[in-house]
Design a protein around this ligand. Structure first.
Ligand code: 8YV
Length: 321
């Protein structure tokens, strides 16, 4: 019997995924679920043919260059790829795979959760009850922003953006979008395309950020662009924190330019910009976009499918480079 390929699994994964990885590979598991730095990853990858990583570990060119020669594949338990220098991976001949599709619905659900919670002041209402501060119903208590019938602008009309649009149709929202390229009509499903992100901002009573973190989208939502939004707009971000200039967003939430925001992702996670903690009109979650057991299992199984293909000499289904 040939030896099973050794795979470093950088974080604790759901039980079913761990069981499959342990059955299929000589899996080097991180039972304590500690966050590894580059030195630990390089040391623990010794003798491994692949690494099953998450988006929390960073693989810039310097780290990729230090990985043992035995490592020929990196299967990331994420759809996002900003933590890996893909050019350097390609140059090194490293196969990189990700987990598209399976987290689309759960992330779109969280987008809508944020949108509704921000619009309807869910945080303030929750807090009132938990602090035993509710003195009874009044006609003007915690009045929020109506969602149905409003214009929703979606920045980034990939799989997740389109899943957000599907949900928005159920709320009778008018859907607008900007994307690097216009979608064919069968994918647009009536959504209105804007050539520039600025044109999109001008009409977005609600704005959903669903674009990947790239040099082009870094600090996309800055003071100048927030100024283009209609007064009282609501912004939600389930993409990456780097798309937002935190101080600009907080300034607009304080001044009333924006009515509210809903954020699942932050620059520098888990150390979020402290200003968010004291703002009542921001609804914040700790990067829960894909956090359902079904989704995390599916993400893990996708990583294993990709690694199985690599080890069998086949093309992995979700190969990025
Ligand atoms: C993951 C995500 O849970 O897939 C992504 O890109 O942002 C999350 O849903 C996280 O990145 C873990 O790797």
């Amino acid at each position: 019997m040939t030896a099973k390929p050794a795979v470093l699994v950088t974080r604790k994964l759901p039980d079913a995924v761990t069981a499959r990885a342990a059955a299929s590979y000589d899996a080097r598991l991180n039972e304590a679920d500690t966050q590894f730095g580059p030195d630990e990853i390089v040391a623990m990858a010794r003798g491994c043919e692949a690494i099953l990583c998450t988006s929390i570990e960073k693989f810039p060119a310097q780290v990729l260059a230090r990985l043992p020669d035995s490592v020929r594949a990196l299967a990331t338990f994420s759809v996002g790829l900003e933590h890996i220098d893909l050019e350097a991976a390609k140059a090194r001949g490293l196969i990189v795979t990700n987990t598209p599709d399976v987290l689309t619905d759960s992330t779109a659900d969280i987008t809508f959760l944020l949108l509704l919670a921000a619009a309807r002041r869910a945080y303030e209402g929750e807090r009132m009850l938990r602090q035993d501060a509710w003195r009874g119903w009044t006609p003007t208590q915690l009045l929020g922003v109506h969602v149905s019938g409003k214009r929703l602008g979606i920045l980034g009309m990939g799989r997740i953006g389109r899943a957000v649009a599907r949900r928005a149709r159920g709320f009778d929202m008018e859907i607008h979008y900007h994307n690097r390229s216009r979608l064919p009509a069968e994918l647009e499903q009536g959504a209105i395309y804007h050539e520039t992100p600025e044109d999109l901002l001008k009409i977005s009573q609600f704005l959903a950020l669903n674009a990947p973190a790239t040099p082009e989208t870094e600090r996309f939502l800055n003071t100048q662009r927030i100024a283009l939004l209609p007064d009282g707009a609501i912004v939600v971000n389930t993409a990456r924190g780097t798309l937002v200039d935190d101080e600009a967003l907080q300034g607009a939430l304080k001044s009333g330019k924006l009515a509210a925001a809903g954020l699942d992702v932050f620059e520098g996670e888990p150390r979020i910009h402290a200003g968010y903690r004291s703002l009542d009109n921001v609804f914040i979650l700790p990067h829960l976009g894909s956090a359902t057991l079904e989704t995390r299992n599916a993400m893990g199984f996708k990583c294993c499918d990709n690694l199985d293909a690599v080890f069998a000499g086949r093309e992995p289904p979700d190969r990025v480079v």
